[in-house]
Design a protein around this ligand. Structure first.
Ligand SMILES: C[S@@+](CC[C@H](N)C(=O)[O-])C[C@H]1O[C@@H](n2cnc3c(N)ncnc32)[C@H](O)[C@@H]1O
Length: 451
């Protein structure tokens, strides 16, 4: 494919085109473009004119230019990513989830009455909403009173906004029975909007599988019962897939499930999983009796952190090692040990807002919502400028049905961050910048205000 202007063929022969290509593949994982110069050049062309860059040299310079570069990279990602998706794609997988996977999860989680699901690379959201529909329509009786969280993440911010809006055209329903569409969506002009009952458990979050940390309790990416990552890794190279699968393994509870697309990957990448063929759908299950294989934590990316000062005003911790240890227990989902570790830290540093904050995140994971809310409020009392604590209080209040309180907390995030340079790192934010957290707070206000 070449642009109608013919500029893309010039771009592909630019001496710095290979460097630009490497930079993009490194930041997105999209090795798909490694042997598709014309298609890549065509897609980059669409940004060059808008960005006012004449060649690869000036465009690369722009991409590496702090926050302006991150904004441009986001816009380019919107051109490069392929968001093909629809409701109940691959129906045999949804049958397998309904008939085998969810019943097993429900049996196993009877004591906690919680289910956590991650749709990684969710595009505009149909996969996450399809799961919500299935759980409510087919398993609603078994799940009455349960706490169900379905999280969709993606690297494309425009897709996430559309996912949060939850409005779809006819084409998105090509594998959906009419009866389901009529029952679960409301007409909106020529489109269909997901009904509130089916969106309540679903939320969306920006996350780059190649650059951002996971497992991570801070980003609520751990202890999932099921991870779906379908038709995403087909665009990545094998080494990257191996690394991501290992990170997914760290994010799953014991006997948790991983579902990929039918043509995603070959068998030898799943040595630590047992493979199950359920009516033609392949799903991978993490064993229940092995040690968790933790990959090393990835370094924060430039797109998720930068130079500049620090948002928070907490004094530096006298000894970071116990804190890192406690956080790694939490990231691994070892809740009892993490709770004990944070309790010891609170005894040692009772005025440290950050320690209370992480303790609250673990309390939330064990569904002790009262104590989690109280502890988050205490962290904010100790440090009113702790933007992460305001943010997580918003998430928790939303979960507890206090929509107004949640919106107030997200507004507090924006007030705390007001006036700070975009690329300022958030303290203890795993590489997150002020601009990242602002974006998350705004997306949450959009998603959660409508509930
Ligand atoms: C073809 S869609 C798949 C959507 C959905 N999972 C499905 O199967 O219907 C692939 C999605 O992966 C996302 N993606 C690509 N690279 C990614 C990355 N590095 N991190 C997170 N998401 C990524 C794209 O933005 C796109 O939305």
């Amino acid at each position: 494919m070449t642009g109608s202007t013919g500029v893309s063929s010039d771009l592909a022969s630019d001496p710095l085109f290979p460097a630009l290509k490497d930079y993009l593949i490194d930041h997105t994982g999209l090795s798909y473009y490694a042997d598709k110069n014309a298609e890549l050049a065509d897609r980059i062309d669409r940004r060059l004119e808008v960005a006012g860059a004449g060649d690869c040299t000036s465009y690369l310079r722009l991409l590496k230019d702090g926050r302006a570069g991150e904004t441009e990279l986001d816009a380019l990602v919107e051109e490069l990513t392929i968001g093909e998706t629809y409701f109940f794609r691959q129906p045999e997988l949804f049958d397998a989830l309904r008939d085998v996977v969810f019943p097993e999860i429900i049996e196993k989680n009877r004591a906690t009455r919680r289910i956590r699901i991650w749709s990684a690379g969710c595009a505009t959201g149909p996969e996450a909403y399809s799961i919500a529909i299935l759980l409510k329509r087919d398993l609603g009786a078994a799940l009455a009173g349960w706490d169900v969280d379905i999280l969709g993440t993606d690297i494309n911010r425009r897709f996430l906004q559309r996912a949060a809006a939850g409005v779809y055209d006819e084409w998105a329903f090509r594998a959906t029975p009419d009866s389901v569409r009529t029952a679960c969506f409301r007409p909106q002009g020529a489109h269909h909007a997901i009904a509130p009952d089916y969106r309540r458990a679903v939320s969306f979050q920006y996350h780059n599988l190649v650059k951002h940390p996971f497992p991570s309790i801070l980003h609520d990416l751990q202890a999932f019962d099921l991870i779906l990552c379908r038709n995403v890794m087909i665009y990545f190279n094998r080494d990257l897939c191996r690394k991501i699968i290992s990170q997914f393994e760290g994010c799953l509870v014991e006997r948790g499930w991983l579902a990929l697309g039918p043509s995603d990957l070959s068998i030898d990448l799943f040595q630590h999983f047992s493979m199950r063929n359920i009516g033609g759908a392949i799903v991978h299950q993490k064993p229940g009796d092995v040690t968790i294989h933790m990959p090393p934590s990835p370094q924060p990316s430039p797109a998720y952190g930068g130079g500049g000062g620090i948002v928070d005003v907490m004094p530096p911790a006298p000894d970071v090692e116990p804190r890192a240890g406690a956080q790694s227990l939490a990231d691994r989902g070892d809740w009892d040990a993490a709770l004990r570790a944070y309790e010891r830290l609170i005894d040692a540093e009772p005025l440290n807002a950050s320690v209370h904050f992480y303790y609250a995140l673990v309390l939330r994971q064990v569904a002790n919502y009262d104590a989690s809310e109280k502890t988050l409020r205490h962290a904010i009392y100790l440090d009113r400028r702790n933007a992460l604590a305001h943010h997580h209080l918003g998430l928790l209040l939303h979960k507890r049905g206090d929509a107004k309180g949640a919106i107030r907390s997200f507004q507090n995030v924006l007030s705390v961050l007001a006036g700070l340079p975009d690329d300022t790192p958030i303290e203890n934010g795993d590489g997150m910048t002020v601009s990242d957290l602002r974006g998350v707070a705004r997306l949450n206000m959009e998603t959660r205000a409508v509930l």
